[in-house]
Ligand binder design. Sequence first.
Ligand SMILES: Cc1ncc(C[n+]2csc(CCOP(=O)(O)OP(=O)(O)O)c2C)c(N)n1
Ligand code: SF4
Ligand SMILES: [Mg+2]
Length: 361
Amino acid sequence: MSIKRLLTPALIGKGQMPTIFSSDQHQQKTVTPAQDWQKAERTEMNEVAAATLPDNSAPATDSPPVVIDPKPEKHAYINRASLESPYFPTWCPGCGNFGVWTALKNALVELQIPEQELVIVYGVGCSGNMADFNRVYGFHALHGRAISNAVAIKAANHRLKVIVVAGDGDTYGEGLNHFISAMRGNHDITLLVHDNQVYGLTTGQTAPTTDKGTKTKSTPFGSPEVPINPIGMALTADATFIARGFAGNIRHLTEMIKRAILHPGFSLVDMFQPCFTFNKVNTYHYFRERIYDLQQNEFEANHKVLAWEKTFDHEKLPIGIFYEDPYSVPFHASLSQLEEKPLTELSIAEVDMTEAIAPYV
Ligand SMILES: Cc1ncc(C[n+]2csc(CCOP(=O)(O)OP(=O)(O)O)c2C)c(N)n1
Ligand code: SF4
Ligand SMILES: [Mg+2]
C-alpha cells in the first residue's frame, strides 16, 4: 500500500500534520516522451484515444524535470491545471480507461469541488493506476480494499467528497464483501467501477464479470461460471444510487459521475470499459451496437423491480440511472454524534466515557 498525498490536513484536522507523499512522487521526473500510437492504424482504438488524450506531441528530450508542488493553493477549486500530474498514463493505446479518466476530470472541474475537500481512493489494477495521473489528494489501497478505506475516510471526515476508482476484479471479486457492506450502510462514497470484464493488470485472467464461456488466459476452455450482475446486486443490497456508463460516451459518463457525486449516500457507477489488449469480445464496437440510454427511453429510476428487469437485458445493454432514492439518508447523517461536526473536528478531551462503561467495570 502506498500513501499518496494522503489528505492529512483535511482528514486529520486543521493542518496538524504535513502532507504525505509516496516516495516516487518525491523523485524528480520528466514527462513521458511523445507517444507514437497516434500513428497506429487501428481506427477503433484511435477514435477514443484521440478524443481523450492531451496533446503530448511536443518533444520531451529537453524538458526540465517536473517538480510537484506539495502545497496546492488552499481552498482553490479543482481545475484542469490543478489536476495535471507529471506522469503520463501507461495504459495501452485505446484503453477505455482514457475515456473514464476524461469523464472523471470533467465531472470534478464542472462540479467546482475545492481541492481540499476531495479524496480519491484507488484500487489495484490498470484502473487504479490512475492514482499516478490525477493530482488530487488520494490513497492507493490494497487490491480489494479500496472501498473499506474510502468508508473509513468518510467516517473520519464527512465534509469530504470521497470517490473510489477501482476495477471489476477489485470490486466484485476480492472486495465483494466491502461492496455489499458499504451499500447496506449507505456510506456516502461514490464508487466508479472500470468494468472491463477481465483482470487487466495481471494480463487477462477471468474476472467476476466475464461472460460464461469466454476464453481467457485462466480459462482457456471458456469461463465455467455465470457472471456477477453488479447492478442487480446493488439493487438487492439497497444502494441508493445505481447507474451505468460507457467509456466511449464521455459526455454521458461525465453526467453519471456528477449525479453520483452529488447524491447523498452510496452511489455506484458501473462503467463499460473496453480493455483493448485482453478482451477481444467486449469492444467499443460491441458496446456501440448494443447500448441504449435508459433516460432517453423515458425510464424513471424510481422503481426497483423495473430496474431489476433491465439488468437481465443482454441483447441490448442499458446505460443511465437504474435507481435513485430521493429520500436517501447517508450513514454519517444518521448518527447523532456526528450531527455538529466530523470526528476529525471533535476533541477527545471532551469525551467522557465514564457513564457508558460504568455497567461493565
Ligand atoms: C491482495 C492481492 N491479490 C491479488 C493481487 C494481484 N492483482 C493485481 S491487479 C489484479 C486484478 C486487477 O483486475 P481489476 O481489478 O479488474 O482491474 P483492471 O486491471 O482490470 O483495471 C490482481 C488479481 C494483488 N495485487 N493483491
Ligand atoms: S491491459 Fe486492458 S485495461 Fe489494462 S491498460 Fe491495457 S487495455 Fe487498458
Ligand atoms: Mg478489470
